[in-house]
Design a protein around this ligand. Structure first.
Ligand code: SF4
Length: 289
């Protein structure tokens, strides 16, 4: 890391602030997924973001982001055949780069990608609950991926246990894994409800049986947030999806504003989304914990 890194980071943060552009950009490398869950219905030809598209968007922005975070919606960055190229492009255009993944399908040498942080999201901490949720048993593969990255990458490694109904009793098992696997950075979160009914976020998977779950069930299969939350957890971020569309966050869809043209006006328009995000006025905000 260059000795100029802190100065560049501060200059980028200042420019973002002056220009009113969020400091973070979440990028979806691919709409494909490596999870292979039995009940998942993914496209056979998922969109994959090209590094040229990412570059075009970044060049059009009035302010380079401080942070770029590769993540997915119902997808995983490791499904992208272009992850190396995307990583190189992102690396040149930000000060901190991270990848969030389910840790399945790691290809040779990907553990050495030049990122600052790997975030592994696991839906269970035992084989049994993993199998119940995903319909396959790749728990060991996920653990092996995390070990490989711990051993071969200099990046920070964080493990996030997402609690679902089937894994609600895995909290102790996760705590044991933290010790056994030396996961120094770790946290637990509750799974997010997905009103579209895709992915794990289906109603049947939400851990409503845990007292700390952010949702309660009312009426006919209708979930609501327990607390009247203020603000937006992703106020400092925008989302570029794998088809090259800029959106307020990974959870808003075509019913909310979005821009398909990588030009400065799209970034200027995106500045106006912040107030709506803070007011939680998009339909997806209703279920955003
Ligand atoms: S759904 Fe709404 S509250 Fe949640 S991250 Fe997106 S804009 Fe913010």
């Amino acid at each position: 890391m260059s000795v100029l890194w802190p100065a560049v980071l501060m200059a980028r943060a200042l420019t973002c602030s002056i220009k009113g552009i969020p400091r973070g950009l979440i990028v979806e490398p691919s709409q494909g997924c490596t999870g292979g869950c039995t009940e998942c219905d993914l496209s056979d030809e998922p969109a994959a973001l090209k590094s040229e598209e990412l570059d075009e968007w970044l060049k059009a922005s009035p302010a380079k982001p401080v942070t770029i975070h590769f993540s997915g919606k119902h997808s995983d960055p490791l499904a992208s055949p272009l992850l190396k190229e995307l990583t190189d492009t992102a690396r040149e255009n930000c000060s901190m780069l991270s990848i969030s993944t389910i840790g399945l399908g790691l290809k040779p040498a990907q553990e050495r990608l030049p990122v600052d942080r790997w975030i592994f999201s696991i839906p269970a901490a035992t084989e049994k609950s993993w199998e119940t949720l995903r319909g396959n048993n790749r728990f060991g593969e996920a653990l092996n991926t995390i070990r490989t990255v711990q051993q071969k990458s200099r990046a920070m490694v964080e493990v996030v246990f997402t609690i679902w109904k089937a894994s609600v009793n895995d909290i102790e098992a996760f705590n044991r894994l933290i010790q056994k696997e030396n996961w120094q950075h770790n946290r637990m979160v509750f799974g997010r409800f997905d009103p579209e009914g895709n992915h794990f976020g289906r109603l049947e998977n939400i851990a409503l049986n845990h007292e700390d779950c952010p949702y309660i069930l009312t009426g006919h299969d209708k979930l609501i947030l327990k607390n009247n939350l203020q603000g937006c957890p992703l106020a400092g971020y925008l989302f570029l999806d794998a088809s090259g569309i800029l959106r307020p966050c990974p959870f808003t869809g075509d019913e909310s504003p979005h821009s398909a043209k990588p030009e400065p006006e799209s970034w200027i328009t995106a500045r106006e989304w912040l107030e709506q995000k803070k007011k939680r006025s998009y339909p997806a905000c209703e279920w955003c914990p």
